[in-house]
Design a protein around this ligand. Sequence first.
Ligand code: MRU
Length: 372
Amino acid sequence: MSEIVNPTHAPQRVNSVNTLEWHPNNQGSGELLLIDQILLPHHFEMVRCRNYQEVGEAIRTMKVRGAPAIGVTAAYGMALAALESVSSEVVQLLAELREAGSFLNATRPTAVNLAWAVSRSLEAAQEWAKEGHSVPGISGKLLELAKKIHEDDVAANRAMGAFGAALINDGDNILTHCNAGALATAGYGTAVGVIRAAHEAGKRIHVWVDETRPYLQGARLTAWELQQQGIPLTLITDNMAGHLMYRGKVQFIVTGADRIASNGDTANKIGTYSLSVLAKENNIPFYIAAPLSTIDLNIPDGEAIPIEERSTDEVTIIAGKRIAPEGVKAAHPAFDVTPARYIHGIITERGIARPPYQESIRALFSINSKED
Ligand code: MRU
């Protein structure tokens, strides 16, 4: 079980805390500290993960959530699997890493950043093994890789913020869904990062925050983050969005993503698809903000994206209180797929991909590989 550290009932400013932090110890290993997002906004506590099993448990139970955040967390999980290994043989270490990777991958299926970080770590470890590195050498390098994935995510979010802020006009009312802020990433946020960057550029904006039933990431996390950052917001229930769009009270919509197929179809929190259709009906620009690590070039379209089914207790029970009759049947697909035709653009750290996405997405990746 992950251990709770630094409990406080006074939520701190999100600008001054990190979603995840690596704390080294004297034995050459360390521990990963994560903000326990289940407890926000009422309690601010951090959980301590000392091995990959605790990391996987924190992801599975959504103490840490949001596609980029779980990707970075998984990278530290892989590093911990190596650092905590007692094997002296590289072949055995690689087998243990494959097992840790399968364990972590099984925690949440939709956000591809998790599998991306796991396979990046595994491939790198195999390469270092071929080059003749020892078990401690590979372990240390996996930790460095996790730190790099961590830093790169924050830098990607800031770059997305700069690209996306240019799309927002002074006076815009922006609608967002779920939480794609600092808490969902290693810092700054994707969709919320775009909103923050517009605010930091001095644009007078206001944000409609969808509460995001059933898990309430909007009400609990996005509302908290925006409030911490001094960005004007109004919390709405998800079914109010269409009314506000129809009445001309929404000028721009931006959400994050959990997996983007190579044709631009985008999986994000359940309810995103409905927003995109309403946006089209009401001529409102609908954008996705996500790093390249969220794009899955291995799948042709959204049909191939696995949709996580979560416990129906999350639908029938709110904050410990049952709201539906005992024994009633409920459903809980946690994500949906927005077809590419409803998306005006995908804001990435390399620029904004526009339809047709097959070409524009590939072009962004080729900029990437040229620079690498
Ligand atoms: O179930 P969650 O809270 O992990 O879902 C999160 C989302 O759907 C976010 O919008 C997405 O991961 C993008 S986060 C930058």
